[in-house]
Design a protein around this ligand. Structure first.
Ligand code: RB5
Length: 146
């Protein structure tokens, strides 16, 4: 996933600071970051940005996404309602590698209140640089959508 792609970012208020750091990082790295909001630390409901992010990925307007909320759970629940969306929660770089290599996650959900600040961009970079392993994992992800 290292080609210079359009990457979506979405958050609620709890993840706003992380989203801004990641958005700027993606642009610095030569990706085009499409920002689905929110745009401040004012209280915001995570489904309001999760659904537009998921829909953009479904219609291939973006190639992958990063989503943020306090625990990661609300975002993941909303995103994973969408067919073909595999949003995995990663609070360490190891998890961000495994959600790509084993689960072929197309959205990395980061629990903003439960990560080490100095690991944020490592989580992001690892997600972008890790390929899906396929094989037995392909068989498994093909059984996800119902
Ligand atoms: C917001 O306070 C918090 O509930 C939200 O960011 C998230 O953790 C929900 O899953």
């Amino acid at each position: 996933m290292t080609d210079k792609l359009i990457i979506g970012v979405a958050t609620d208020h709890a993840g706003y600071a992380c989203k801004e750091i990641v958005r700027k990082y993606l642009n610095r790295q030569g990706f085009s970051a499409h920002d689905f909001g929110c745009f401040s630390t004012e209280s915001a409901d995570y489904p309001d940005t999760a659904h537009p992010l998921a829909e953009a990925l479904q219609r291939h307007a973006i190639s992958a996404g990063f989503a943020f909320c306090g625990t990661g759970n609300g975002m993941a629940m909303a995103l994973n309602r969408h067919r073909g969306i595999r949003a995995g929660i990663a609070w360490t770089p190891e998890l961000s590698e495994v959600i790509r290599s084993h689960n072929n996650a197309n959205i990395c959900v980061i629990p903003a209140r439960y990560i080490e600040a100095d690991e944020l961009l490592v989580i992001v970079e690892t997600f972008l640089q890790t390929d899906f392993e396929g094989g037995r994992h392909l068989r498994r992800i093909e059984k996800i959508d119902i």
